[in-house]
Ligand binder design. Structure first.
Ligand code: 4AD
Ligand code: MG
Length: 476
């Protein structure tokens, strides 16, 4: 196999003959190729002997060209790199028209790069982000596998829409122009592919619960879909979620698990992805400089990661949080878009960010929310009005985790289902869990892209997933 740029940059086996393939980042003075193959953020310098190289070939070496290079690995004479390749032969594998290639060696706007999402991973920023995304995925599996969890694949197509986590996308093979109708004039889904109305899932939780109640400790890691029309920097219509679910674990255990898990995966990338993080740290510093002084972060990217790993998350009840918010400056000065008037209000992201960024200045776990702003499956507290829910709020991100202890009592669950007008028949298998060997159990969902945002310092969720799906946008 050919060598990778990463291997060669770490090698000290000088004078060895090497073959390497990659894409030209820059070609200077008809002599110096900066070559990148994606294995690392760093390029390897390849020094071409232009006097003995065909002029036609030299002309075809442009930014974006794919080349195969043979040569000798030597200690570099120049500054900025330890090793370089003295090229004996360049073969152009694929030309790239320098007039047309969109990814020039200069700063491009994020918007421009989104429009060129098929090429944007050829930039340093997106290469670094996507390598980190891959490393985080690996660390997530490693964390759970090492701790006795089983990986469960829950269905993407679902017949239940009871989760209530958001608007769903329908799956159908019916003719959109001319669907079969019932006598009442509604679309007759009994004639659809599955013989009923189906959607793509907003969460694997309900199915994961069935596995927790047999395998004990499980997790999902898959795509989820929400048809909310929220065009924000933190919402996607298609995003990846990690959902652990554990039998015999209560809400305190759930908070401990979430905190330990997040710290583990962040530590993993600090230890294994240093170069990409250092690049992104510099990028973030440059971005921060364009902001007004009072909006700049006083911590660098790597400092932020250490800060999360080294400190306990602050655990605060919803009721305490409401008191803090009600008496806060932005509430009194009517600076919040949604003023907090009293207990029961749903928290908006402006409130969450105030708590995390201004008040506590650390990750916060809010727990025991009012029952009526949370999902039907959350365990009711003795007070009869709050549920054993928890959200984890992160600086710059807002909500990164949502979870709860689940209602394990059949009668309480059924009453809730009825109160909310959910069709109990649709959830027969879910309520069965409460009939046969029911037990305390808990879990949470972590939005993968929000984690990647935090770990990379990227400020828009569209820039941490290869091909973002958002309202009015499903290109590529
Ligand atoms: O809080 P949510 O809606 O929780 C659930 O879906 C539960 N069933 C999880 C569980 O208990 N197993 O979503 C969980 C997380 C959020 O905290 C957020 O990080 C992320 O998923 N998330 C989104 N990420 C990107 N785009 C969206 N539209 C998101 N909606 C939620
Ligand atoms: Mg939530």
């Amino acid at each position: 196999m050919d060598s990778s740029v990463k291997e060669l940059l770490q090698s000290d086996q000088f004078l060895q003959e090497v073959t390497i393939k990659g894409w030209v980042r820059t070609f200077r003075a008809n002599r110096f190729i900066a070559l990148n193959d994606g294995s690392t953020i760093n390029n390897i310098q390849c020094v071409v002997d232009f006097e003995h190289t065909d002029e036609d070939i030299l002309k075809r070496i442009n930014t974006g060209t794919a080349v195969s290079i043979k040569g000798t690995l030597v200690e570099s004479q120049g500054k900025g790199q330890k090793v370089e390749i003295q090229v004996s032969e360049v073969e152009v594998l694929g030309d790239s028209d320098p007039e047309e290639y969109p990814i020039q060696p200069k700063r491009h706007s994020m918007e421009f790069l989104r429009e060129n999402a098929h090429l944007r991973t050829r930039t340093n920023t997106f290469g670094a982000v996507m390598r980190l995304r891959s490393a985080l995925s690996f660390a997530i599996h490693q964390y759970f596998q090492q701790n006795g969890f089983y990986y469960v694949n829950t269905p993407i197509i679902t017949g239940s829409d009871a989760e209530g986590a958001g608007e769903m996308f329908r799956i159908t093979t019916l003719d959109a122009k001319n669907p079969p109708l019932t006598e009442e004039g509604d679309v007759d889904y009994s004639q659809d592919f599955f013989g009923k109305e189906t959607n793509i899932t907003v969460s694997g939780q309900l199915e994961a619960e069935t596995y927790a109640m047999s395998l004990g400790k499980v997790y999902t890691f898959g795509p989820t879909f929400r048809a909310e029309n929220s065009n924000t920097s933190r919402h996607l219509a298609e995003f990846w979620m990690i959902e652990p679910e554990v039998a015999f674990m209560d809400l305190d255990g759930n908070m401990d698990l979430a905190e330990d898990f997040i710290k583990y995966v962040l530590k993993y990338v600090l230890e294994n992805n240093r170069e990409d993080l250092e690049f992104l740290e510099k990028r973030l510093l440059d971005e921060e400089k364009t902001k007004p002084q009072n909006e700049r972060s006083d911590m660098s990217l790597i400092e932020k990661l250490h800060f999360v790993i080294d400190n306990n998350f602050k655990r605060v009840s919803y009721t305490e949080a409401i008191d803090i918010l009600r008496n806060s400056k932005p509430n009194k000065k009517k600076k919040f878009n949604y003023l907090i008037e009293g207990w029961g209000a749903d928290l908006q992201s402006e409130h969450e960010r105030f708590l995390v960024e201004k008040h506590f200045k650390c990750p916060v776990i809010l727990f025991d929310y009012p029952a009526n702003i949370k999902a039907f499956y959350m365990r009711l507290n003795e007070d009869g009005k709050t549920v054993r829910a928890m959200d984890i709020l992160f600086p710059g991100i807002g909500e990164i985790v949502g979870g709860s202890q689940r209602e394990e009592r059949l009668d309480v669950l059924q009453q809730k289902i009825n109160e909310l007008g959910i069709d109990e028949k649709e959830l027969w298998w879910y309520t069965d869990l409460r009939k046969y060997g029911t037990a305390v159990h808990s879990g949470f969902g972590l939005g993968f892209e929000r984690l990647v945002m935090f770990a990379t310092g990227m400020s828009n969720v569209r820039d941490v997933i290869p091909f973002p799906r958002t309202p009015q946008n499903a290109e590529f």
